[in-house]
Design a protein around this ligand. Sequence first.
Ligand SMILES: Cc1ncc(COP(=O)(O)O)c(C=O)c1O
Length: 436
Amino acid sequence: MPLAAQGISPEHVFEELTSAAAEDADWRAGRTWSLVYNAGEDVLAVARRAYDAFFSANALNPMAFPSLRRFETEILETAARLLHGGPDAAGNLTTGGTESILMALKTARDWARATRPQVGAPEVVLPVSAHPAFDKAAHYLGLRLVYVPVAADFRVDLNAVEAALSERTILVVGSAPSFPAGVIDDIPALARLAAARGILCHVDACVGGWFLPFLERIGEPVAPWDFRVEGVTSISADLHKYGYCARGASAIVYRERALRKFQFHVQTDWPGGLYGSPSMCGSRPGGPIAAAWAVLRYLGQDGYERLTRTTMDATRRLLDGVRALGLDVLGAPAMSVFAFSARDLDIYALCDAMDARGWKIDRQQLPPSAHLMVSPGHAPFVAPFLDELGASTRELRGGGPTPPGSAAMYGALAATPDRRQVGEFLLGFMDSLDRT
Ligand SMILES: Cc1ncc(COP(=O)(O)O)c(C=O)c1O
């Protein structure tokens, strides 16, 4: 698109925006099972209004926008309380889970440089189920990752963790819950291993951080995962997932304020002035911060508990329905995120069949499975989803025609032993996206 010589009217701009979105994921109709966490039009309206009011505000300079400083401080206080951090807990808002994880790893690296300089090439031990944000962060920061497998229950294999620990290990990672199977790693065991060696333990609660506390409050069993577990030193918890806030908001929280200093960056000799930055971004948009504060105030504890009940009720109906169709749920999902596989049909073909019916389901590998992240907005659509999943399953089992789709490609990629080749394929795909 060359920049037009002359601008057009706002009406015309909005017409174009609306028509551009015609093919986008229809999340309002519950048709997509990731990416958007829909808690209803009322929550959206609050977030949008707050976002708009602080659209131009910039948290880069906390002195220029005391409002944003206050919002960030209060959101972090709320987060620290929910995560059962003590009075010394401290953290920051970031733009999302990936940035929170990047900050946790940067903190660990710089903490290790300062306190154990004898560790030349620091290592992080983590399960293969940990989110790719860790891989990305380690790549950016020059850290070595030591991956360990998960056990039959899809939680990290503790024997493998023990075997992977060395004098170079600075950080151990667990998820609450993991993305692929939605299970909570044995955080007490991981934290114990870390504490015994005097190293750090990060819990990735990007998914569970704003859900599990309310699940516990409504009386459901939740395995220990937060700062009540001795040895957990940092937690990432995304507001823009189950906090139902506007995208671009996550919290990184440390058990001890002193640890957070390793996250900060300062530059003292810049002609432009003294420069301090808490996290990855320079300019920090005010919209997501104000929207997060507004949504927390609007929903309150009872609002989150209500939404948690709705989501868990929808999740249970889905789990029962999926199992009733003879499909296998992976492990024992801790909350509203789960995956299922099939012994007697190609799960990727089932996803294609559902695509053809307008349902977008994420495909996973190792093992091949379909992945659902349930939000409150899915509740009215559980029955039609299960009806169509049943119809698709019966068609495939009856030897019906395999719908056109990506099943063959996913199957081949999942089974390719040379993962570098798969990486090259992915790079080529990404590179092709802007070629219309
Ligand atoms: C467990 C887990 N951690 C981290 C992330 C990364 O979050 P974001 O996409 O906000 O960067 C995700 C995203 O789904 C996740 O599921």
